[in-house]
Design a protein around this ligand. Sequence first.
Ligand SMILES: *Cc1c(COP(=O)(O)O)cnc(C)c1O
Ligand code: SF4
Length: 380
Amino acid sequence: MSEAIKEGFSQPAWPLRATTPPPHVSLEDWQDPGWQMRNRIRSADELSRWIQPTPEEVSAIEELSTHFRFVITPYYASLMDPDDPNCPMRRQVVPRPVELADAAGLSDPLNEVEHSPVKNVIRVYPDRIAFCVNNECALYCRYCLRKRMVGDEDWTMRKRELEMALEWIAATPEIRDVLLTGGDPLIFSDRRLEWLLKRLRSIPHVELIRLGTRLPVTLPFRVTDELCSMLEQYHPIWVNTHFNHPSELTADAAAACDRLLRAGIPVGNQSVLLQGINDSLEVMQRLCETLVRMRVRPYYVYQAQLLEGTEHFRVPIEEGMSLFRGMRGRTSGFAIPQYVLDTPHGKVPLDYPFARGREGDDYVVEAWDGAIWREPNPRG
Ligand SMILES: *Cc1c(COP(=O)(O)O)cnc(C)c1O
Ligand code: SF4
């Protein structure tokens, strides 16, 4: 990476910059989500039009093609540093030979298959579910938790299967919160998504509908005014997206989030803590502060799962804890996401223990600056 780009990485430009198409593509095509989907990169040859893939990357694309799909949108490719294999965007989506050398990784570390009362519904809490409505994404992230199903033909959701899951939700009155995920629910056409939302809204006990989507990051042009005015009809709708690095925060991405926000949809962000990508205090703080500037609330940061082919992404939990400990007091409270470990029993907060416990009549706490405070504490 050149010194100028390195400088750029540590000092993001605000206002954010919009991406520009390569010379042979018109701006109209570039900003057309259909064009982006049709022109996705699927081979080392196509990738080499955007970056200089290393020989390892080229052979990994071939060797891993039967393991996990390799697809990238031109928009996301334009964010990659052509000369630096350690570019944070590049590492998220371009395969590497080390993926084959992960002895511990599992295909379904959260045992989601066993927590599935009906196909494509995952239930670990009494009141809410993750509903995997499709198996497609605009691109495929190398650390994806749903590697076992995304991009896999066998998991292609037919309407009949969606109907069966909807029937299960309708027959299960405890479910008040439905999280549409996948894959990516915004891969659906507006019409198909509206059919699904209409069906969910006809179930009186479903109070909340959430969409988990990475398209504001990987294909922001999909978030059109038409989509947002459709979504608005089915409130309350909440969206969580998935930015991992400040360089993903372009003007295009910010505009996509802004359209959702203007439609009254609260937008949150979930990241995965990834070694060498966002595991420094500096990068994480800049990501979260810039998100807040976009009015997107950092919600969760996930500990990377014990997932096949992802050992090189995992960060020790103690390091993650001290990273988020470091943000406390040094930035706006709502810029600090909760660091969580997902388990087969649900998400577990990995909070730094600021609350130390009782000593005599006091409760002892550690403040952000390290000061110890004793708060007189009534006995219950
Ligand atoms: C993450 C998740 C939810 C939602 O959890 P919140 O903490 O409410 O955001 C629900 N069901 C499953 C299976 C999940 O993985
Ligand atoms: S966008 Fe989400 S579901 Fe799709 S590949 Fe990436 S992490 Fe997996």
